[in-house]
Structure formats: structure tokens, C-alpha cells
Design a protein around this ligand. Structure first.
Ligand code: 4FD
Length: 232
């Protein structure tokens, strides 16, 4: 599929770890002009994708599938996509991403085939393809072998509902800025303590909404409180 043929997801496909296929709903048009949209009953502006072609495209995929896959409809009206949802979807053998254009799709076919309504965030795009690719990327990197990284993809941002601590590499000094002394000390326990504190401070400053779900000790809660920007 275009856009997924290069880089990490492309290599994962070459290695046979996953495959992504695109089906054009237009190929399932029920008229000779290959139109798959029509005016809405009840009037109003805009066109709607018809049930028939969407169902035809769906059937063509399900026929080849091993089991009956979940069907994810990308729409601003869906539940907001998250890391925990990516982890859920990564367990599935197959997934179908239904991408609408225009104003949307006839409700009747959605009722019949969609299992999950998902949004990647509160904004409107011209189609569901980019949201689908965002989801595919987030899900694919959780499949064993996709990241050559020894450390699993799970050990990173959003673990513990805290943001990642700041990181540094060579040189030791750049633009007059020094790498924090403690990271050069070789004292592993102190480094871990510093990183945890930095995660908490950073979360308080940048994503205070995440703190509610984070498991913090009383001391850590104090630290977080000290770094919240209360004067808004
Ligand atoms: N925020 C998203 C998904 C799709 C989209 C569309 C109804 C518009 C944003 C159904 C309206 C599909 C998202 C296509 N825009 N646009 O995840």
C-alpha cells in the first residue's frame, strides 16, 4: 500500500510479519460510471457513500479472511485512539479499516459491519485513509519482530501514564549546555531516581491531565504539585 511500502512497516511486510492491502470501494460500484456516492435523503448539502458498494468491498475481504475480522470505521465521531487500543488491536489476526470520504457512509451498512468506531483526534480530514495509516503504524510496531529494538515497544512513553524523561547523547556539551551531571556518574540507582523525577515534572508541566491515572507515592504527588502551572 502507498505510504507503507518504505521504512519500518515496509520492511516488516517484506519480512512477512504483517501485510497491508488496499481495496478500492469504487471497484464495487453498482453503476457504469463507477459512482459510489449519492445525495442524502431528507436533503442538505453533501454526498454520502452508498451501502451497496461498501458492503461489496467488505464481502470481498471477508471471503479471503481466516476469521471474521473486526471492522474499524475511521470517523471524527469515534472513540479516541490510544496506546491501549493499539495494544488491543495488535492481538487480532486481521483487521479491516473502513475509510469514508464525503460526509460519511449510509448508516445501514455501518450498523451491519462496523465493530469499532475510532477517531485519531478531534479534527476533520478529507478521508479516513490517513487515520487508518496512523493506526496501522501504531499497531504494527507492537508486533514482535517489527522493531529490531531489544527493548520492547511497551517500555516507553505512556508507560505508568507518565511522559518520558529527557535524554542526551554525545557531545557532553553542546551550545553551552551540559549533559546533567548525574547521567555521567555511573550511579545506576541515582540515574533511575532522577529519571523518574524528571518524568513526573515533565508530565506535570506538559500533560497534567495524565497525572490522574499515574500511580504516584505521596512524595511524588508533592513533586508533581510543585510543578503544576496553577495560574492560568
Ligand atoms: N479524526 C477522522 C476520521 C475521518 C475523517 C470522514 C465521517 C468524515 C477525521 C466519516 C466524516 C469519515 C479522525 C472522513 N476525518 N474524515 O479520525
Amino acid at each position: 500500500m502507498d505510504g507503507l511500502s518504505t521504512s519500518i512497516i515496509g520492511r516488516a511486510q517484506d519480512k512477512g510479519l504483517l501485510s497491508v492491502e488496499a481495496i478500492n470501494i469504487r471497484d464495487f460500484a453498482e453503476n457504469k460510471h463507477n459512482r459510489v456516492d449519492d445525495y442524502t435523503y431528507g436533503g442538505g448539502a453533501g454526498m454520502l457513500m452508498q451501502a451497496g458498494p461498501v458492503y461489496g468491498a467488505y464481502q470481498s475481504v471477508v471471503e479471503k479472511a481466516q476469521s471474521k475480522p473486526r471492522v474499524i470505521y475511521l470517523s471524527p465521531q469515534g472513540q479516541t485512539f490510544s496506546q491501549s487500543m493499539a495494544e488491543e488491536f495488535a492481538k487480532e489476526q486481521e483487521l479491516i479499516f473502513l475509510c469514508g470520504h464525503y460526509e460519511g457512509i449510509d448508516e445501514r451498512v455501518l450498523e451491519e459491519i462496523v465493530t469499532d468506531y475510532v477517531s485519531i483526534g478531534d479534527y476533520v480530514l478529507t478521508g479516513g485513509e490517513l487515520p487508518a495509516m496512523v493506526m496501522i503504524d501504531a499497531i504494527s510496531r507492537l508486533i514482535p519482530g517489527v522493531l529490531h529494538n531489544d527493548v520492547s515497544a511497551e517500555f516507553e512513553s505512556f508507560q505508568d501514564n507518565l511522559l518520558e524523561y529527557p535524554q542526551y547523547t554525545r557531545p557532553e556539551e553542546w551550545h553551552g549546555k551540559k549533559v546533567p551531571e548525574i547521567l555521567l556518574s555511573g550511579h545506576h540507582a541515582n540515574v533511575e531516581k532522577w529519571r523518574r523525577e524528571q518524568s513526573i515534572i515533565r508530565t506535570a508541566q506538559r500533560r497534567p491531565d495524565l497525572l490522574e491515572k499515574a500511580e504516584l507515592s505521596e512524595k511524588e504527588k508533592e513533586l508533581a504539585k510543585k510543578h503544576l502551572q496553577n495560574t492560568k
